[in-house]
Design a protein around this ligand. Structure first.
Ligand SMILES: [Cu+2]
Length: 280
């Protein structure tokens, strides 16, 4: 294109980028507060993966994605996306619990979803991520190696229930615990097969937080985790009376109140075999 055509376009672009009602240009930074994890280049697109820490860790990961058109250098606003995380193990491969991907609330270019990595190798290797997406009726797919680092505490538990079903439990909240009654939020999934991990509904998870370093004392005003069918997560009041290391002892019960995993904490039994950890 000749310069005499380009200049008016540049002026028009400049004019419109200054108006406040045009919210899909560079003025609004839709990834503010997020750190880039990785970019994946595929065909004519660049996929950007973000979260708060800029890295994948074992446990619950809330992930933001953007797709850039490399020709126009602009972000796609009307794509549909899905994903498949996969861990390659010596004798088999498996996936993990994950959400669908949808447009982030109030954003034009950012899509959002979660993945719960239940395990990883000590050097963060083993996982790949396939992203399938459709833009203007054209389907694309790309698979890339990702790094998943081991989180320092047990924020996810993978276990066999007494019903011979394999479950995955993940701590989501509190992300920022304080000396208070905190809202506790967990996700509970069943391993239907190596690739499918549906949400488990309407179970109950008894909660007994303890400080093993301080005579195994508990705290007052805790409640058990119950299922919320509005967002498919489990919620409880978690009372933390001091800073330090807490073991969140749990006991999973199905809808008939049969105990599937975990034991009561007593003088003789200092911890449940089902627990999550928290330190602050
Ligand atoms: Cu694995």
């Amino acid at each position: 294109m000749k310069l005499k055509y380009l200049l008016p376009i540049a002026f028009i672009a400049l004019f419109f980028s200054c108006s406040t009602d045009n919210d899909d240009d560079a003025i609004v930074n839709e990834t503010e507060g997020l750190e880039l994890i990785q970019t994946i280049i595929n065909d004519n697109q660049t996929i950007e993966l973000y979260n708060e820490k800029g890295m994948f860790e074992t446990g619950y990961n809330l992930i933001s994605l953007r797709i850039k058109n490399n020709t126009t250098d602009s972000y796609i606003e009307d794509a549909t996306l899905s994903w498949m995380p996969m861990m390659q193990m010596p004798t088999m491969e498996h996936s993990c619990p994950k959400s669908t991907i949808s447009k982030a609330l109030g954003k034009d270019t950012v899509y959002e979803g979660f993945i719960i990595y239940q395990m990883t190798n000590t050097d963060a290797s083993g996982w790949s991520l396939t992203i399938n997406y459709t833009i203007d009726g054209t389907d694309y797919s790309v698979t890339e190696t990702i790094s998943v680092f081991q989180y320092e505490n047990q924020n996810t538990a993978s276990f066999m229930g007494s019903d011979d079903t394999k479950y995955i439990l993940a701590l989501i909240e509190p992300k920022d615990p304080s000396i208070a009654v905190n809202e506790m939020k967990v996700g509970l999934f069943k391993m239907e097969n190596m690739m499918t991990f549906p949400v488990v509904e309407d179970y109950t998870i008894a909660l007994d937080p303890r400080m093993p370093g301080m005579g195994n004392h508990t705290s007052p005003n805790n409640t058990d985790l119950t299922y919320n069918n509005a967002d498919n997560f489990y919620y409880a009041d978690l009372s933390l009376t001091m800073t330090g290391y807490w073991k969140l002892n749990l006991k999973l019960m199905n809808a008939n109140d049969d105990v599937l995993k975990g034991e009561d904490v007593t003088d003789e039994n200092e911890a449940s075999s089902l627990y999550l950890e928290l330190e602050f």
